[in-house]
Write a protein that binds this ligand. Sequence first.
Ligand SMILES: Nc1ncnc2c1ncn2[C@@H]1O[C@H](COP(=O)(O)OP(=O)(O)O)[C@@H](O)[C@H]1O
Ligand SMILES: N[C@@H](CCC(=O)OP(=O)(O)O)C(=O)O
Length: 381
Amino acid sequence: MSANSVSAVSTSERIVIKVGSSLVTNEGRGLDLQAVEQWATQVAALHELGKQVVLVSSGAVAEGMARLGWARRPHTMHELQAAAAVGQMGLIQAYEVAFARHGLRTAQILLTHEDMADRRRYLNARTTLYTLLSLGVVPIVNENDTVVTDEIKLGDNDTLGALVTNLIEAETLVILTDQAGLFDSDPRKNPQAKLIATARAGDPALEEMAGGAGSGIGTGGMLTKVLAARRAAHSGGHTVIASGREPEVLLRLARGEYIGTELRAELPVRSARQRWLANHLRLRGKVVLDEGAVRALLEGHKSLLAIGITAVQGDFERGDVVACVNPEGYEVARGLINYSASDTRRIMRQPSHKIAEILGSMSDAELMHRDNMMFTTVALQ
Ligand SMILES: Nc1ncnc2c1ncn2[C@@H]1O[C@H](COP(=O)(O)OP(=O)(O)O)[C@@H](O)[C@H]1O
Ligand SMILES: N[C@@H](CCC(=O)OP(=O)(O)O)C(=O)O
């Protein structure tokens, strides 16, 4: 049992709540309208308690399939995207109607990984969410499935929930799912599995426990929830993983009851800029550093210079986020690079005073400035 006497939800003013596919659909066949209604009722009650809530809800693909009369989940990307586009209408309508019964307005926020990766769009999304919350509106977030390709898809809404938690610096992320919480092994496979009541977010042992695949309806499984907790902890957010089938689960958590698993944020909190760098889930490329450059970065606290680069991988532009890997290929840092991949290839192994001669001009003496860098000796994903 935890040393903390009350659930993190009860002491939080800003909460992100993620409801998984299994909780808002009838086993993947269309929306469960009663379920949507009761989520709205519980969120409305949290509002009454003065809490700000952002809801991250799955269900678009399942509802789209039902509306299009498709019995089986399609396999092609364009059919999944079409289903999501049709189904998102139903999802948001259902929430709008349900929240309106409690006198609450809702807003639809569709996000992609690219929105988080572009600093301006990231800041815009943040401002919009803050504005909606201050207006008393309940933002309902989903991934913008229609425009994302396989390579850039977040795919599971656990990751999206954590990114939103970081974005608005929510104190708690509640991930509701079809199991009572995180068990020490998959309870579907091991009936003896024991529930973990509390643990430290980011503890690597949790990732091993969560190794199994998901329910088949959802996409993430438990591993994405454990990784989401680690990500949320970087902005100081605690994560509660609990069963959405527990009666009045949100209300009881808000009253302080311990339900499911609470993963406490005890990691050092990163600055907003460092989090943004860390949350670039897909990097544009890599630069390989020699031993001297690795030491200069990690021990000398210096910026990265072109002379320490031995190879360049990928195709990136100035301003993209690029990983710095050591000679063994392990990421030691990531940050905003000041030169494109083709220019970096031309100036690598060269001292900075040669840059102008080689490229015709020099925009920056450093390849990557220390202020625009985040150290990832233990990489995020
Ligand atoms: N250690 C574990 N504890 C609990 N559930 C686990 C564990 N490992 C794997 N799972 C599986 O993860 C599933 C929940 O993930 P998922 O189906 O993606 O749900 P959701 O749609 O709510 O995101 C559970 O039904 C369970 O079978
Ligand atoms: N964006 C998708 C949801 C993705 C998904 O299934 O997420 P999850 O519930 O985390 O497994 C949809 O609305 O259908």
